[in-house]
Design a protein around this ligand. Structure first.
Ligand code: HH2
Length: 359
């Protein structure tokens, strides 16, 4: 049997879209969708249709129950993630306690500096602090769990003690376990709980939140020759399979966020296709987390700027994510992103002018 997918189109907060469905219970609505289908794995066919026809097509192909459940997952309001209501965009600030991260290599290798920067991010409006002790940049070598823990645990302890919602960015179950004991509330795993066979049961038992990210290959080799039949649908299938593994292990859907993994085993064209089609991932019924901050695709598009000079491109990509209903942004520049998001949200929420504004 083949697979069928639905990507919301024409996302709009205006009254003209009132006849459509809300996207993930949020302010954006959609009244049309692109249906994609294929005999998995393989190339897909696609057709854009009014929403009613698109839903009827899904029901005809996959059955009434599957059609109704996809409609529900696309439109139902998301539960709070790690205690954070998703009624506004949530900002995850990045704290790399590493000597070699691509984006801020070495800046926060000193734990005192990492904690101070975390406090500054909270003051600037970060909702989550993502603490990592292993760089996953292309070509990076793995770090021993003991070394990784030595880097992250003092930082997590200090920030969690101040009431911060902390996530641990790790692929190692032992590091995840120690981080949760130290006060972390979320596991952020770039391997979507495939990197360590103990991580799935650990997260299920801990009852914490988890971010499942897509990566093709491993950091050391992932950018050598990334290949997909259809990048958007292949990433969707992977995240769906990992979500199902979580559900089977006893992790509730409400505890899971999904992330297409921009820059992880993807060419420029792959990254752009994913960014354009992000709304399809709402079909998984989980909040979407997007990490575009300072990534190299920005430099490929605009003059090979070094990571710290990629803020304008990072903001442009983040806002294009918001226009597709992304709920959580993983960023290095918290204050700047908060400002951009607040302006974007205020414009989206403004009532449409029915007459010329009076001066
Ligand atoms: N990107 C990086 C690391 N972790 N986690 C999620 N969920 N999504 C991402 O896009 C993501 C991530 C890479 O960025 P950074 O942490 O700045 O660099 P490095 O891996 O070199 O430490």
């Amino acid at each position: 049997m083949g697979s069928i997918y639905l990507r919301p189109l024409g996302l709009d907060a205006a009254a003209s879209a009132a006849e459509g469905l809300p996207l993930a219970g949020g302010p954006l609505r959609f009244a049309a969708a692109e249906v994609a289908w294929r005999s998995a794995p393989g190339p897909a066919e696609r057709e854009s249709l009014p929403l009613g026809e698109a839903l009827a097509r899904v029901a005809a192909e996959a059955g009434d129950e599957a059609g109704a459940s996809l409609r529900d997952r696309l439109s139902r309001a998301r539960s709070a993630f790690a205690g954070l209501a998703l009624d506004r965009t949530r900002i995850m600030g990045v704290i790399n306690v590493t000597p070699d991260s691509f984006s801020d290599g070495g800046d926060r290798f000193d734990p005192g500096r990492a904690v101070a920067d975390g406090q500054a991010m909270l003051a600037a409006g970060a909702d989550i602090l993502d603490v990592g002790g292993e760089s996953t940049r292309p070509g990076a070598a793995p770090v021993e769990p003991a070394e990784e823990q030595g880097r992250v645990l003092p930082v997590i302890r200090a920030l969690a003690a101040e009431g911060a919602v902390v996530s641990i960015d790790s692929r190692n179950a032992a590091t995840m376990a120690e981080a949760l004991t130290a006060g972390a509330a979320i596991v952020n795993d770039v391997s979507a709980l495939t990197g360590d066979p103990r991580s799935l049961s650990l997260v299920a038992e801990a009852g914490c939140g988890v971010v499942l990210m897509h990566m093709q290959g491993a950091p050391q080799t992932m950018q050598q020759a990334p290949r997909y039949d259809d990048v958007v649908l292949d990433v969707y299938d992977f995240l769906q399979a990992r979500l199902e593994a979580c559900l089977e292990a006893g992790i509730p859907r409400a505890a899971v966020a999904v992330d297409p993994g921009i820059g992880f085993g993807k060419s420029l064209a792959h990254n752009l296709a994913l960014l354009e089609s992000l709304a399809i991932f709402h079909g998984l019924g989980c909040p979407i987390l997007l990490g575009v901050s300072r990534k190299s695709f920005i430099a490929r598009l605009a003059g090979e700027a070094p990571p710290k000079a990629r803020l304008p491109g990072s903001l442009a990509a983040a806002l294009s994510g918001l226009a597709r209903g992304v709920q959580i942004l993983r960023v290095h520049d918290v204050a700047e992103t908060v400002q951009a998001v607040r302006v974007w949200e205020a414009i989206r929420a403004a009532p449409p002018a029915t007459e010329s504004p009076k001066t």
